[in-house]
Ligand binder design. Structure first.
Ligand SMILES: Cc1cc2nc3c(=O)[nH]c(=O)nc-3n(C[C@H](O)[C@H](O)[C@H](O)COP(=O)(O)O)c2cc1C
Length: 195
């Protein structure tokens, strides 16, 4: 089977979400036969759009600003409307991640927004399938999925330091790996059906 291609299309105003995006990319790359590309949705060129058009999967990422995706990400989402019209991204796999300053910070709304964007494009959304951590007296904030999101990867970064949390990086790697694995399964199924 030829390599699959995954694009991580993300924005980061101050660098935290970019670190989460790197972890998602590392997770995806850990699956043999996966080519991973990163595009910054705040400064897209023709080559970036071509990468997304050719990808088997697109993983959307954005910080949560004012309870939703950043302005730069929203501008990108609007710019995808030409692809919406032509159904260029239908049946690609999709997933999402977000990062914000508060533990909740209304990140769920951002993940819902990302999944809706994917649904508008007719994409196939990949959830976390990672049970929540840090929800018993014996568990720890170092657990994977410490914030308990199912729809996508949620990360929390304190506003006064560039550091991001190790557990969130692990959670992001899990998402990237899961998307890559399912993208390979999907590709194999398409190939089998076409025979
Ligand atoms: C304009 C703006 C709005 C923000 N709104 C929220 C918010 O709604 N919820 C939250 O938890 N944090 C909020 N934050 C904090 C950011 O989510 C946090 O600093 C995050 O780590 C930024 O990611 P970045 O470094 O990738 O830009 C906001 C920050 C900015 C600059």
């Amino acid at each position: 089977m030829s390599d699959i291609s995954i694009v991580i299309a993300s924005h980061s105003g101050y660098g935290h979400t970019a670190q989460i995006a790197t972890a998602v990319a590392d997770g995806a790359r850990s699956v043999a036969g996966t080519r991973v590309h990163r595009v910054d949705v705040a400064s897209l060129g023709d080559a970036d759009w071509e990468l997304m058009d050719a990808a088997d999967a697109i993983i959307f990422g954005t910080p949560t600003y004012m309870g939703t995706a950043s302005g730069a990400f929203h501008a990108f989402a609007e710019a995808t409307s030409k692809r919406w019209m032509s159904r260029a991204w239908s049946d690609k796999l999709a997933a999402g991640f977000t990062n914000s300053g508060s533990m909740s910070g209304d990140k769920l709304h951002t993940l819902q927004y990302l999944s809706l964007l994917a649904a508008q494009h007719g994409m196939l959304w990949v959830s976390m399938n990672l049970l929540p951590g840090w929800n018993t007296t014996t568990s720890s904030p170092e657990d994977d999925n410490r914030l308990g999101f199912y729809l996508g990867a949620g990360a929390q970064s304190f506003n006064d330091t560039p550091a991001v949390h190790d557990a969130d990086l692990n959670t992001a790697r899990h998402l990237g790996e899961r998307v890559a694995e399912h993208t390979r399964v999907h590709r194999a199924g398409l190939t089998a059906v076409a025979r």
